[in-house]
Write a protein that binds this ligand. Structure first.
Ligand SMILES: Nc1ncnc2c1ncn2[C@@H]1O[C@H](COP(=O)(O)OP(=O)(O)OP(=O)(O)O)[C@@H](O)[C@H]1O
Length: 490
């Protein structure tokens, strides 16, 4: 292994010899006085990647060191197998090192997490202090994953990171905050609870605030909580917004109170999927939906799959249906306890089950290696969610397959999704006779699933039951609590 000068975070800033990082000149010039409106209009443009720059118009290979990243962080990247920065990393890191607010847009699975984590860790090395950075994410699973990425990238520099998630013990989290972490990763509802209730916890000296899946965080549901959180943060700070899909609504971007932001867009169109993804649909009669679905699962038998459904109950029913037919399925939705949710995800990650059946709580950000296929059992309600769902496969340059089941009732939304993608997808080729071979077995499994669902619903809320007992409570309804904001995205 090459010998590198390693730097560690010292809590005594004077103990670290300050060395100004010489970041290479960015290819995107800041230009005169960028305003939020400029960023907004730029963000909605279809743009070419700005990495094309050598004589042949090919991307010049760059290393993390070339981008201005220090040795200890380069070594952490190396250990994680990051040989070269991805496009969004190449574009965003030099600008972030120059102390700019950034709106970063790049396809799903393109390495956005390291694009914001590395500059933050580097700034932390320069000026070490507790509660240096805050990262907000819309779902608990995503927040947990981001904290893991920070810990992995900060493994050689003594990074302390705290994770604040809804659904888990506040006291344990307050203890973690008492240890003065450098980075806090949180879901919005729980962070606000701590800001309001945990004695001695303050983000007054925060230097960086990141909103991952920013368009979701800034939308109507989360927006009001975000506004409250921002009142606890200092105005003098850097703000990074990252997502694969970005809202171009001025109001929602203004919510993030960016200062002269620069937009880094490495997507070639507004809603784009990666080129390694094969996407098909099946147009089928609603009455045979389960039979077609089981046929598809059989076609992809042995592969790792995520199946998206619209509701908690449908997620649970589909998982039972699959298990009854001998397939290793596990449900993930906001009707489960938080420990059951994290348990389901780790079983799926570890390969103990090869089919994850999920609501949109799993649509954004989750980075599970080697997901071969995403099936939209129910179509998503909007095209943005489609992009995020299918982005759970074909990540980091790998190939993947997305299949959407479209019935006669889904034509309008499907037309809208295709229009947003700017392309007509091809239909998945099948022989109807081969599908109908499954009909009798599926009908038997449906009867079994109906009975099991009845028992689960009757037991809801009882001790040891699978489903939580918050029947009928809506987001924001009295008693549901803001902590539940991130409990269920579907
Ligand atoms: N430079 C790199 N080289 C190789 N792999 C990388 C590099 N940077 C990140 N990765 C890996 O690529 C995968 C996707 O990264 P990440 O989860 O940050 O994507 P993302 O852009 O945030 O996706 P999404 O929009 O779905 O949230 C991760 O497994 C990550 O470890």
């Amino acid at each position: 292994m090459s010998s590198v000068k390693r730097r560690k975070i010292s809590d005594n800033p004077s103990a670290v010899k300050k060395k100004k990082t010489e970041a290479p000149k960015p290819k995107m010039t800041p230009g005169p006085e960028p305003r939020i409106e400029d960023a907004v209009s730029e963000a909605s443009d279809a743009e070419e990647s700005t990495t094309l720059d050598n004589e042949n118009g090919e991307a010049a290979p760059k290393t993390f060191k070339d981008l201005g990243i220090v040795d200890s962080l380069c070594e952490a990247c190396d250990r994680l197998g990051y040989k070269q920065p991805t496009a969004i990393q190449q574009e965003a890191i030099p600008l972030a090192l120059q102390d700019r607010d950034i709106i970063g847009i790049a396809e799903t699975g393109s390495g956005k997490t390291a694009a914001f984590a590395l500059p933050i860790l580097q700034a932390l090395l320069d000026k070490p202090q507790p509660l240096f950075a805050l990262v907000l994410a819309p779902t608990r699973e995503l927040a947990a994953q981001i904290a893991q990425s920070f810990e992995a990238l900060g493994s050689l520099i003594n990074l302390r990171c705290a994770l604040l998630l809804g659904g888990l013990d506040m006291v344990q989290q307050a203890i973690a905050l008492g240890k003065k972490p450098h980075v806090v990763v949180a879901t919005p509802g729980r962070l606000l609870d701590h800001l309001e209730k945990t004695k001695g916890f303050s983000l007054r000296n925060l230097r960086y605030c990141v909103m991952d899946e920013a368009d979701r965080l800034l939308d109507m549901d989360f927006g009001p909580i975000l506004e409250k959180i921002l009142k606890f943060l200092p105005r003098e700070r850097r703000t990074f917004l990252f997502s694969a899909t970005m809202s171009s609504k001025v109001e929602s971007l203004q919510r993030a109170s960016l200062r002269d932001p620069l937009k880094v867009n490495v997507s070639t169109s507004k809603y784009q999927t990666v080129s390694t993804l094969v996407s098909n649909y099946l147009f089928i009669p609603h009455i045979h939906k389960d039979t077609y679905f089981i046929y598809l699962c059989n076609e992809f038998a042995g592969k790792t799959m995520i199946v998206f459904t619209r509701t908690v109950l449908e997620t649970q029913r589909i998982a039972i249906l699959l298990r009854t037919l001998g397939m290793g399925a596990i449900p993930l939705h906001g009707g489960l306890s938080q420990s059951a949710r994290l348990g389901a995800l780790s079983k799926f990650r570890a390969g103990a089950r090869n089919i994850l059946v999920a609501t949109d709580v799993a649509a954004r950000g989750l980075d599970i290696p080697n997901v071969d296929c995403v099936i939209n059992y129910d179509l998503p309600q909007d095209s943005k969610t489609y992009i995020h769902r299918v982005g759970r496969t074909a990540r980091a340059g790998k190939s993947g397959h997305a299949l959407s089941i479209v019935t006669q009732y889904d034509l309008e939304i499907w037309t809208r999704i295709e229009a947003a993608l700017g392309t007509k997808l091809t239909e998945y080729a099948y022989e109807k006779d081969e599908v109908m071979v499954f009909k009798a077995r599926v009908e038997e499994a449906q009867r079994h699933a109906r009975n099991e669902m009845k028992n689960l619903i009757d037991d809801r809320g009882k001790k040891g039951s699978v489903l939580k007992g918050h029947r009928g409570k809506k987001r924001g309804a009295p008693g549901s609590g803001r902590d539940n904001m991130d409990a269920e995205e579907g």
